[in-house]
Design a protein. Structure first.
Length: 88
C-alpha cells in the first residue's frame, strides 16, 4: 500500500479507470457476440444492430480504452461480414 498521498490518489484513480475500461471492453465483446449471432440468424437484424457495435467501439476509442486503429479494424471486419451476407 502506498504511503504518500499522491500515490494513494493515483491508486484510487487507477482502480476507477480500470473498472470503467473493463466495463467498456465487456460491452464491446457482448455486442460483438450478439451481432455475430444475429448475423447467423438473419442479416436484416444484424444490419440494424451494427450501429450499436460501431457506437461502442467509437466511444471506447475516443476515451483511449482501445486504440483507434483497433476500433477501425473491428468495425471494418464486422461491416465486411455483414456486406458479404447481404450480397448473397
Amino acid at each position: 500500500m502506498p504511503n504518500i498521498n499522491a500515490a494513494k490518489k493515483a491508486l484510487r484513480q487507477t482502480k476507477k479507470r480500470t473498472t470503467r475500461n473493463d466495463a467498456k471492453k465487456k460491452k464491446i465483446k457482448e455486442l460483438t457476440k450478439q451481432f455475430t449471432k444475429a448475423l447467423a440468424a438473419s442479416p436484416a437484424d444484424a444490419a440494424a444492430m451494427i450501429s450499436q457495435v460501431i457506437q461502442a467501439l467509437d466511444k471506447a476509442a475516443k476515451t483511449n480504452t482501445i486504440h483507434r486503429n483497433k476500433a477501425a479494424r473491428h468495425k471494418s471486419a464486422l461491416q465486411r461480414k455483414l456486406n458479404a451476407l447481404l450480397k448473397k
